[in-house]
Write a protein that binds this ligand. Structure first.
Ligand SMILES: Cc1cc2nc3c(=O)[nH]c(=O)nc-3n(C[C@H](O)[C@H](O)[C@H](O)COP(=O)(O)OP(=O)(O)OC[C@H]3O[C@@H](n4cnc5c(N)ncnc54)[C@H](O)[C@@H]3O)c2cc1C
Length: 473
């Protein structure tokens, strides 16, 4: 039998935006007896995660300050924080991502500094390697690299995205080559590529843009940058003055298919332009409906959307901040960044300073020689695909299974993981990008902050019930 004082124990794995916001929301909502909350982070930096730990001040948020509060019930929270530090900041400012990282560190530290007596909150520099059991009524155990085993009544898997998949055509020796960067968010390795004369960036989305902005530098000695992707198109840009309104989106009538949905959204954008407005108003109007639309598509139609329409949607929906778009234009105008359309055939190291690349275009196979290659093809959506021990073992141990279409993890409406047989867990939860198969749009702050608030409240309610039972046991 449990001693009356046994606290409700929650382990949150990962202290990027999703894990940090969940911890903050649980602490805000907690009204039960003793709570022991442990937040594990393997990088020692609590709050910013991958997106907001960039040291490069030219990497800007792609959402305005008005849209970036971490707390859905306090929409001005980030804007006020920013304005207190920069009097010129306003609702439409696209702030440096490193400023947002500082905001998250402070938010977490502030929550930790105001704990009620019944709550302990530990932030541990540690990596979770495996989750054991956690099914039925048994508590879960989180096995970590440094602290051994942690017993938990609830575990939140908030580990963000995988690294990109190895690009096609990678020859033997490429992955260990000093000029090959598999992790485009490894800022030190990216900065070190500035010494090369020519760098190939595989991919042309927002991650490529980050790399180009860093390596493009401010002076003429920076490398020549070549961005290669299948279509060779860039994300669109935000306007410096946001559109005056967001168009109300009306879903199409009748059975929903991927093609009908795409045509419907396209027609809404064209109608907006024809009426003298901005296509962005129409795209932004779809955003509150994207999760419901995704869930209304049958599985086969979701697959068709991914194959036929997702890229076009993403370049219009996830836009560059105006300042970043201007920098990319300068780099292209000066010839320091070029975009090429083609599919990779082969990437082969020739020596420590030379890699040969072959890619197929509409007219034939082109070859080029570069000093370095950065993989910016986007996160691999399959859980554990990059060899991450935690997610791989979750699947191997049958505590979790891949989500629809292999995107993220399968989970229920509250983010509760489904095991290999589809049974929802009462103890294991996730949020953010790992819910992609279920929700599709679940990777940006405006979506994740709501999931974190819901999950924090849910754990607080469950924890209060468990505390009450333990108090009388
Ligand atoms: C480069 C980039 C820029 C972005 N810009 C924006 C933006 O401007 N606006 C916006 O709304 N969204 C943006 N996003 C989307 C962004 O992903 C989300 O907003 C959010 O930051 C994701 O947070 P997360 O906690 O889910 O993942 P992450 O930030 O990846 O955090 C996961 C954390 O878990 C840790 N971790 C992983 N595994 C373990 C383990 N086993 N044990 C312990 N710790 C572990 C990692 O070290 C990491 O710190 C951007 C994303 C990227 C990648």
């Amino acid at each position: 039998m449990l001693a009356p004082s046994t606290p409700y124990r929650v382990v949150v794995i990962g202290a990027g935006f999703a894990g940090s916001a969940t911890a903050v929301q649980l602490l805000r909502a907690w009204q039960g007896g003793p709570l022991e909350l442990t937040l594990l982070e393997r990088t020692r930096d609590f709050g910013p995660g991958v997106a907001f730990s960039t040291p490069d001040p030219r990497h800007l948020l792609n959402v305005t300050a008005a849209g970036m509060s971490a707390l859905p019930d306090a929409p001005r929270d980030f804007l006020d924080w920013l304005h207190a530090r920069d009097a010129t900041a306003h609702a439409g400012t696209f702030a440096p991502r490193l400023a947002y990282g500082a905001y998250l560190r402070e938010l977490l530290a502030g929550a930790a500094a105001r704990l009620p007596g019944v709550v302990t909150f530990q932030r541990r520099d540690d990596e979770a390697l495996r989750i054991v059991d956690g099914r039925d009524e048994r508590p879960a155990t989180v096995v970590t690299r440094a602290s051994g085993e942690l017993t938990a009544d609830a575990v939140v898997v908030a580990v963000g995205v995988n690294r990109p998949r190895t690009p096609p055509g990678a020859a033997d020796g490429l992955l260990d080559h000093p000029g090959y960067v598999a992790d485009p968010w490894d800022h030190a390795r990216i900065a070190a590529l500035a010494r090369h004369e020519r760098v190939l960036i595989v991919g042309s989305g927002l991650t490529m843009v980050d790399v180009a902005v860093t390596l493009g530098g401010e002076h003429d000695e920076s490398p020549e940058l070549i961005a290669l992707s299948r279509r060779g198109v860039l994300p669109r840009a935000h306007r410096s003055t946001p559109p005056a309104h967001v168009t109300q989106f009306r879903p199409p009538l009748g059975p929903l298919t991927a093609d009908r949905l795409a045509a419907h959204v396209e027609a809404a954008a064209l109608a907006e332009v024809a009426a003298g407005g901005d296509w962005r108003s129409a795209i932004d109007g779809v955003r509150p409906h994207t999760q419901a639309l995704w869930q209304a598509l049958p599985l086969g139609e979701q697959a068709r959307f991914l194959a036929r329409h997702a890229r076009r949607w993403e370049i219009h929906r996830h836009r560059m901040a105006p300042g970043v778009a201007a920098r990319v234009r300068e780099l292209r105008d000066s010839g320091r960044l070029s975009l090429r359309a083609g599919s990779l055939q082969r990437i082969e190291p020739l020596s420590d300073d030379a890699i040969e690349v072959a890619y197929r275009t509409e007219t034939g196979v082109e070859q080029l020689q570069v000093g370095a290659v950065v993989n910016c093809t986007g996160p691999d959506p399959a859980p554990g695909a990059d060899g991450d021990p935690l997610l791989s073992s979750l699947i191997e141990d049958r505590l979790g299974r891949a989500g629809p279409l292999g995107l993220g993890l399968d989970c229920g409406p509250d983010g509760e993981l489904r095991d290999c047989d589809g049974h929802p867990s009462t103890r294991l939860f996730t949020l953010g990008a790992l819910r992609r198969g279920q929700l599709w749009e679940t990777t940006a702050v405006p979506e994740i902050r709501c999931q974190a608030a819901d999950l924090g409240r849910l754990l607080a309610v469950r924890g209060a019930a468990v505390s009450a039972q333990r108090a009388v046991a």
